[in-house]
Structure formats: C-alpha cells, structure tokens
Design a protein around this ligand. Structure first.
Ligand code: CTP
Length: 441
C-alpha cells in the first residue's frame, strides 16, 4: 500500500541530547567505526527527536551481528546484558541505570496472526519496513562520533509527522500484530494525530475480525495499561468504546452512561487526592480499569481479571466491587454523624485507588453536600489511618489476660477508642483494658 520512496537525506544534530546520552553514543559510535559497522538509532526515539519531545529510551540497531556488538558495548562499559536470541535483540543496563536495546537489523514473519514473529537478519530497509507505523519506521545513522546523524526515512515518516498522520506500512500490519490497534490509538491520542484513511479502514477491519482475542493476557494487559498511562485516558476510553474494543476484555463489558460518568469524574478525583496527599501515588492505569469495571457484575469482573491476567495486587483492587462502594458511600454521605472508628472499619481494606474511585463515584452523582461530607471523611481517614494502639498482645498477656480470641476484640475496641479520641495515652489504654478485663471477669 505504500510505495517505497527514495529515502530523504537530511542531517540531524544530536547536540540537544543530554550529556550522558551524547557521551555514550559517541563511545558506541567509535566502537562501531573500529569494527566497520553502521549503527542506527531507530523507532520511537527518532520520532521524538524530530518532534522535539524527550525520550531517552534508546533503541539501536546494527547492520551485522547486533548481539555480538551489544556484548562488546556491555564489556567496555561494565553494563548488564540480557540477550533475546530469538528476536536478535539485547538489552543493556548501564551502571547508572540507563537502559538501551541493541538489535540486529531484521525481518519478521508471522506464522499466524497475533503470534510472536520469526526473525531473521535483513537490511535496514527491511528492518524499517516490518515496523508498525511510518512515524516509527525511521532511523538515524550515527556519524562523526555521534555529533550528528543522517536521517533515514524510506517510507515518508517525516512527512506523516509533519502532517500529523498515523499510517501503517502495509495491509497486513494489524493482522500480523493486533497490539498495533491499541498502539495506533495510543499515538493518535498522545500526539493529537489522526489515522490516515486506509489505516483507519484497516484498523476497523482488524478490530471487527476478532484478532485481538488471540492476544495473550499479558500482551493485552500491557497495551491497555499503557493506553491508560497516557495523559488523557478519558478521551482514549471514549475512542476504545466507539471502536467497540472493550468487548475483548469481556463480551458484556459495556461503556454505559453511569460508567462513563464515573470515568469522566476520575481526573477531578485524582486532582483532589494529589492536592491532599501528594506523597501517596496512585496507580492511574489500574484506577481507570477499576472505573471501567465499576458497573459490572462480580462475574464479569472476575472474567475480565482473568482475561487481562492481572497481577494479584491489581486484581484485588479491581474486585473492590460496586456493592461495597455503594455501601460505603451510603454511610459516608449520610448527614447522621458517624464516628472515625466506623469510617475506619468501612474503609480499612480499601486501597488508595479504591478510595479515589469512591470519590469519583460520588462526584459523578453531583450532590454537593454529600460530596463535601465524603471529602471530609476521606481526608480524616487517610490522616488517621496510621494511628495504632500503644499496647500490644504481649502487654495484654502481662496484664493477665488469657491468650485467646478476646485479644482481637480487646485490641479492636482499644483502637476504636484511640481513633475516636476518647483515649489518647498509654496510661488511659491500660485503664481501659483493666476495665474491660474486669467486666469480662
Ligand atoms: N514496534 C513495532 N510494532 C510493535 C511494537 C514496536 O513495529 N507492535 C517498533 C516501532 O518501530 C517502535 C519500536 O518498535 O517505535 C519500539 O517499540 P516501543 O518501545 O514499544 O515503542 P515506542 O515507539 O518507543 O513508543 P513509546 O514512545 O510509547 O515508548
């Protein structure tokens, strides 16, 4: 679909790179010169250099044995090296934590749609042709000790960047690798680009052909979480819904009005949380998954967790469940007074993400008075949730309480009293326990 063009000849200055990266590229370039090899920066970093966006995630490719060259670089720099023979790729981690991929220029073939590709060495031109979109299919050949580079752009990537277009390189691109359906949306939303007409058509075809179903759980999860890690997941979610892509998470996962309202409220809830608790970071991508699932039945949620192969902590978060959220909201937005210890009980096993979801749910209901009440409870709860009793089980033992199930209940009552402020010192705790023991005896 894309006529191969004569490549553009253009020199790119690398002087804007940070000193550390420039220095490293210079050394790598020298090493390549010594061996008579050509080394290229490829993929996202080239795109971002042209867009003047920061991206220090360097992918290098070598016409020749990339892995042998990666070994050499790792040796010289004392970097850690992980080799993926099957993909002719090596990953280096330098002593200061900087990461870099070095690969052999290669072609890929897909035995079946959505499978991982078979790989064999090929020219740079073929290596660029196997890539997802023209804007990601450019290279910069390192020259002059990496002072500058020669832009290599066989497929019109630079023009597409200028004209703000996402374009696949060939008809089979989405079939070969359906993760590209999500990648297309990710770049479209991130850069505010649009899909070129044929690409849009091919994407819609691929989406309706159920290819995504064949992706493994971890690959699908990765794409979804990457999408939700972008700046504006709300728009992205709308886009995914219009393309009816949520059916691949679960055939009964619908983006209904009530769910949409919660999703739209998430940025506001997050902003409140960040203002109040700047040190408690929220796992935003998972929060958006939780919001999406918030209108679903426990069965649908469970199946979705399995489909995405969510990790244990992520899965626990997502299963917080509508009924628990509704129950907590009912109590926390009631004008009747509720003691801090009761709030604590209601929220004790909510993760921070679940607390933000709770807030978003209330924001979406547009009831100002109840929302203020909830915010007050949440703020107090998070501030006080680290409160502990001074006495421990061992103290109870020395005070003569026989070990048994009553320990849990005594310590629980003690904590409640602490949270509610009816006792504030260790001496008061002791008196409180004495009284309880006395009553029990
Ligand atoms: N690539 C591809 N098809 C994929 C994944 C990656 O062709 N399904 C190629 C693209 O050339 C891409 C490069 O591999 O630029 C590196 O992939 P990755 O690091 O995932 O993407 P980036 O373009 O660097 O995106 P980001 O800015 O989100 O890191």
């Amino acid at each position: 679909m894309l006529a191969m063009k004569n490549q553009v000849r253009k020199t790119i200055s690398l002087s804007k790179l940070p000193v550390r990266q420039r220095h490293l590229l210079k050394q790598i370039c020298r090493l390549a010169d010594e061996r008579g090899l050509s080394v290229y920066l490829v993929g996202g970093v080239v795109r971002d250099l042209l867009l003047k966006r920061k991206n220090w995630d360097f992918d290098l490719t070598v016409e020749g044995d990339g892995i042998a060259f990666a070994r050499l670089v790792a040796d010289r720099h004392g970097a850690r090296l992980v080799v993926f023979e099957r993909f002719a790729t090596a990953q280096l981690v330098f002593q200061d934590g900087l990461k870099m991929d070095i690969a052999t220029t290669r072609r890929e073939s897909y035995a079946q749609p959505a499978a991982l590709p078979d790989v064999e060495p090929a020219s740079l031109k073929e290596d660029l042709y196997r890539r997802d979109f023209t804007i990601n299919a450019m290279a910069i050949q390192l020259l002059n000790g990496a002072q500058s580079g020669r832009l290599i752009d066989f497929y019109g990537g630079e023009r597409d960047l200028r004209e703000r277009r996402i374009r696949v390189l060939h008809e089979r691109s989405f079939q070969d690798d359906p993760t590209r359906i999500f990648r297309a949306i990710r770049f479209e939303q991130r850069f505010g680009f649009r899909l070129e007409r044929d690409t849009g058509r091919l994407l819609a075809q691929a989406a309706s052909a159920n290819l995504i179903q064949q992706l493994s759980g971890p690959r699908l999860r990765n794409e979804i979480l990457l999408l939700f890690a972008e700046r504006d997941p709300v728009r992205t979610i709308g886009r995914l819904a219009r393309l009816e892509l949520f059916r691949f998470l679960h055939r009964r996962l619908y983006y209904r009005k009530n769910v949409k309202r919660v999703v739209i409220a998430i940025p506001k809830a997050l902003a409140w949380w960040a203002r109040r608790f700047p040190d408690s970071a929220i796992d935003r991508p998972i929060l958006y998954v939780m919001a999406l699932a918030s209108g679903s039945s426990p069965l649908v949620m469970k199946a979705m967790i399995r489909r995405l192969a969510l990790l244990r902590e992520q899965a626990k978060n997502v299963t917080v469940g509508k009924s628990r959220i509704d129950r907590a909201l009912k109590k926390l937005t009631d004008t009747k007074t509720i003691r801090p210890s009761q709030v604590h009980r209601l929220l004790a096993d909510f993760s921070d993400e679940a607390l933000v979801l709770l807030l978003a749910e209330q924001i979406s209901r547009q009831q100002q008075v109840r929302l203020s009440l909830l915010k007050r409870h949440l703020a107090a709860y998070v501030k006080n949730r680290t409160i502990k009793t001074a006495l421990t089980g061992r103290d109870l033992q020395t005070m003569g309480l026989k070990p048994g199930p009553q320990y849990k209940s005594v310590l629980g009552k003690l904590l409640d009293a602490r949270l509610d402020g009816t006792i504030t010192t260790e001496a008061e705790e002791r008196a409180f326990v004495q009284k309880l023991i006395g009553l029990a005896g």
